[in-house]
Design a protein around this ligand. Structure first.
Ligand SMILES: [Zn+2]
Length: 334
């Protein structure tokens, strides 16, 4: 589509269409709508537990009953989906809590699906919160140091995804960035009869400093080293497209780009190139920075949040994963 104007000034005056709110709304190319929002939630064992995360005001680690309360609030405001993370009571070297039949995510999914059947429950599928070392895969140590093993990790990820589906998860979302995980998960889900459970893959996930506050939220900081041997290098856009292509070829139904604001170019390219439902994850620091600046009166929280999400939509995101989802849904109504 050509964007070259047919007329020129003074016949063409773009300001004509900016004269009133109604006129601006009439010609708006992009819209925010509550249907696009996903609220991430952190579940941990207990009852009536709400532990606020220091760097994320308004975001809590919640016991399952409180997850239900938070999810109900979001759902009532119009948010159609939540993305669930789990904090287990115990961690070990094989992430047993990730695929335990009665693990924290599995329990919470059952509760949510029983009490709020119309809420879509997406589960984050990864091992880092459940591993004593905090990495997303199985670690092998030798004289040269530690290595994150790819292929043996796939089985545990697939087992985790299947256990979430068994608990009633509507969508599973692998975030580990191991090679071949989407295929392993698809095969396992199909084998166990969950042929209708979609996979939303964290396809282009960068090793980003914007995840900082999340590590406190999910208590998943690696005990040694970093995640650069599996998460992507922020320098690479073409590689991100290859990652997306691979995940789609392996059976991903939807793909995600993470983080969001720092990757608007990729959201655009992924949507343009592949045309699949594309999610943008506005990660923890994107939220924390807005909260911190707003608390000092430096920015308008609502306006900055809405403008950021609109930018993700303009780039091509269909699904917006944001810690501000409930607020945004309410703002959209007011
Ligand atoms: Zn992980």
């Amino acid at each position: 589509m050509s964007t070259a104007p047919f007329a020129q000034y003074p016949a063409l005056r773009p300001r004509r269409l900016r004269q009133s709110p109604a006129l601006r709304r009439l010609v708006a190319e992009t819209h925010l709508c509550a249907d696009q929002l996903v609220l991430p939630l952190f579940a941990r064992a207990g009852r009536k537990l709400r532990r606020e995360i220091g760097a994320m005001p308004g975001v809590f680690q919640l016991s399952p009953d409180e997850v239900l309360r938070e999810a109900s609030r979001a759902h009532e405001a119009g948010v159609p989906a939540v993305l669930l993370f789990g904090l287990p009571e115990r961690k070990d070297a094989k992430a047993s809590g990730a695929y335990a039949r009665n693990g924290i995510v599995q329990q919470t999914v059952r509760l949510l699906k029983k009490e709020l059947p119309s809420l879509l429950v997406i589960t984050d599928v990864c091992l880092c919160e459940y591993m004593s070392h905090g990495h997303c895969g199985i670690v092998q140590r030798d004289a040269r140091g530690a290595k994150i093993l790819n292929d043996p990790t796939l089985k545990l990820l697939a087992q985790t995804a299947a256990s979430h589906a068994e608990a009633g998860a509507d969508i599973v979302a692998p975030s580990d960035m191991m090679d071949g995980r989407v295929r392993a998960i698809r095969e396992r889900l199909d084998r166990e009869g969950f042929i209708d459970t979609p996979i939303l893959s964290y396809a282009a996930k960068f090793a980003s400093a914007f995840y900082g506050p999340f590590r406190d939220a999910a208590e998943s900081a690696p005990q040694f080293g970093d995640r650069r041997s599996y998460q992507m290098d922020s320098a690479n856009a073409r590689e991100a497209l290859r990652e997306v292509a691979l995940d789609l070829a392996e059976g991903a139904d939807m793909v995600m780009v993470k983080p969001a604001l720092a990757c608007l170019d990729l959201i655009y390219r992924v949507k343009t190139e592949f045309g699949y439902p594309t999610a943008a994850y506005a990660v923890s620091a994107e939220y924390s920075m807005v909260k911190a600046a707003a608390a000092r009166g430096w920015i308008d929280e609502r306006a900055v949040t809405m403008e950021s999400l609109l930018a993700m939509r303009r780039a091509g995101a269909d699904i917006l994963i944001t810690y501000a989802a409930t607020d945004v849904a309410r703002w959209l109504k007011s």
